[in-house]
Design a protein around this ligand. Structure first.
Ligand code: ADP
Length: 311
């Protein structure tokens, strides 16, 4: 009986010691694994740090390249502008010179020269604007802006474009709009870009500029009943040098207008949205703060898929 109890106690002790040894073994295995993991982690961290440093260097080089490219475009465009303006000026003089009348073929050739020179000048100006915005040298001058007057001015500037077309140009602007504090020159550019596109892509129909106050923002819409844009292309049209869909005969462009427009809108602290239905028309809406702070907006690079479509 006594011997049996001794044996039982021995066995219990044996089992307890065995379990403790097993547990200790497991703990040391786990510690060893944790150490190995930590060593791996340190190696991974070191690798990550190395790669981050490499990326930082590459990023810096890329920024320098972009800056050099922007400065190159800016100076090239600037140099090209002067001769192009002279060509247009001298062509005007030749066309208006009444002392020595032109033959009809001379006049027709000169009109072509003027038209092409004006197109080139538009392209140069677009490139100049783009490089200025990209290099952060586009200045924002905040002043008091009477939006109805500005819209009226845009309509007067754009009316010649609809004169020989079956397209009307109308406005819907309420009287109670507050005076805005924004950059008039850039807002004018935004509207001119949107309205000239609307006219260009509306061979027959109507283009309307409307404005409405929404809290501390003003929504300015340029809508048309033109060829429309596929939903899949909503994002693409704001990319540089991008043209989509079928272009009406005789229409021209660089694919830079909307890229510049979007950047200018961001510069004015706003956003731009598009809605469109193929063959039914498009509407571009610019949402701007009534009052832009002196620091202006910021340039955003991504295409947020916030555009909407009822198509
Ligand atoms: P561009 O007018 O010089 O081609 P934009 O950047 O202004 O370049 O426009 C990019 C493209 O977006 C146009 O080529 C056209 O395909 C499309 N687009 C812009 N506005 C309209 C519009 N109102 N209706 C239909 N398509 C448009």
């Amino acid at each position: 009986m006594k011997t049996q109890r001794v044996l039982q106690t021995y066995n219990e002790q044996d089992i307890t010691e065995g379990a403790a040894r097993e547990a200790a073994l497991r703990t040391s295995e786990e510690t060893a694994q944790a150490l190995l993991d930590a060593t791996d982690d340190i190696a991974v961290l070191k690798e990550l740090q190395k790669r981050t440093e490499m990326l930082e260097v590459q990023n810096l080089r890329m920024l320098e390249t972009v800056d050099r490219k922007s400065r190159f475009f800016a100076s090239m465009s600037h140099e090209l502008r002067s001769p192009m303006t002279s060509i247009i000026g001298f062509t005007e003089i030749l066309l208006e010179d009444t002392e020595e009348p032109l033959t009809s073929s001379q006049r027709s050739l000169l009109l072509k020269v003027r038209c092409n020179a004006e197109r080139l000048l538009d392209m140069i100006n677009d490139l100049l604007d783009l490089s200025k915005i990209e290099s952060g040298r586009m200045t924002v001058k905040v002043s008091r802006v009477n939006l109805p007057e500005l819209i009226q001015h845009v309509v007067e500037t754009m009316t010649p474009l609809v004169r020989n077309k079956d397209t009307c140009l109308e406005t819907e602007v309420p009287d109670n709009l507050p005076i805005m504090r924004t950059d008039e020159h850039n807002l004018n550019k935004i509207l001119v870009n949107l309205v000239s596109n609307a006219i260009k892509f509306t061979p027959k129909g109507c283009v309307k500029i409307s404005a409405a106050l929404k809290g501390s923002k003003i929504n300015i819409s340029v809508s048309d009943t033109g060829i429309g844009i596929r939903r899949a292309d909503f994002c693409k049209i704001f990319e540089e040098f991008r043209q989509v869909g079928e272009h009406p005969v005789g229409s021209n462009g660089t694919g830079l207008g909307l890229a510049i427009t979007k950047k200018l809108v961001h510069l004015l602290g706003g956003e731009i949205k598009v809605s469109s239905k193929l063959r039914q028309g498009s509407a571009f809406t610019v949402v701007l703060p009534v009052s832009l702070s002196a620091t202006g907006g910021r340039a955003r690079r991504t295409c947020k898929k916030r555009q909407s479509s009822d198509g």
